[in-house]
Design a protein around this ligand. Structure first.
Ligand code: GDP
Ligand code: MG
Length: 163
């Protein structure tokens, strides 16, 4: 069985762009607006000697009547349950949001191996501006730019390391 990697994060952080990068396909719908990819989406990829399956999770639309956990239960939670490793994607440019904190809390309780990725970090790969993401309590944050293909080398190996 190939290891399964679930991409999790709030809408618009670049999960589908990262999915395309990791699967060398453009199957996932990349949206310029939040929440278009509504269903879980599977792809296969290979990086170095590692073969894997990636799950792209659609955006959830948090609103007053449905909290983040309800939405995650519907869409993301199942992907996370299927996954061996969770890659939690945050937006390096937007900084930490309340939603990021909610997702981090959920993932910390889940106790599965989790890799924290700060996307849209082109031009800031040194990580000086990324220290605030440590407050999510998920350890080191790894800057990448899925759109520009930066910071991708060794990413899968790092994600699969705890297995
Ligand atoms: P998702 O909702 O998390 O799946 O995010 P998408 O992959 O649909 O991307 C949302 C937006 O962020 C799109 O406009 C992408 O072009 C943009 N985006 C994705 N990756 C990067 C990146 O590395 N850098 C920048 N600047 N923009 C990105
Ligand atoms: Mg998407």
């Amino acid at each position: 069985m190939k290891p399964v990697i679930a991409l999790v994060g709030r809408p618009n952080v670049g999960k589908s762009t990262l999915f395309n990068r990791l699967t060398k396909s453009r199957d996932a719908i990349v949206a310029d607006f939040a929440g278009l990819t509504r269903d879980r989406h599977y792809g296969q990829g290979k990086q170095g000697k590692h073969e894997y399956i990636v799950i792209d999770t659609g955006g959830f639309e948090p609103d007053a009547s449905s909290g983040i956990f309800k939405e995650m239960a519907k869409q993301t939670q199942q992907a996370v349950a299927e996954a061996d490793v969770v890659v939690f994607v945050v937006d390096a440019r937007a900084g930490v949001s309340a939603q990021d904190h909610d997702i981090a809390k959920y993932l910390r309780r889940l106790g599965k191996p989790c890799l924290l990725i700060a996307n849209k970090a082109e031009g800031m790969l040194e990580g000086a501006q990324l220290t605030e993401f440590y407050e999510l309590g998920l350890g080191q944050v790894h800057p990448v730019s899925a759109a520009h293909g930066q910071g991708m080398r060794g990413l899968v190996e790092l994600a699969l390391e705890p297995l």
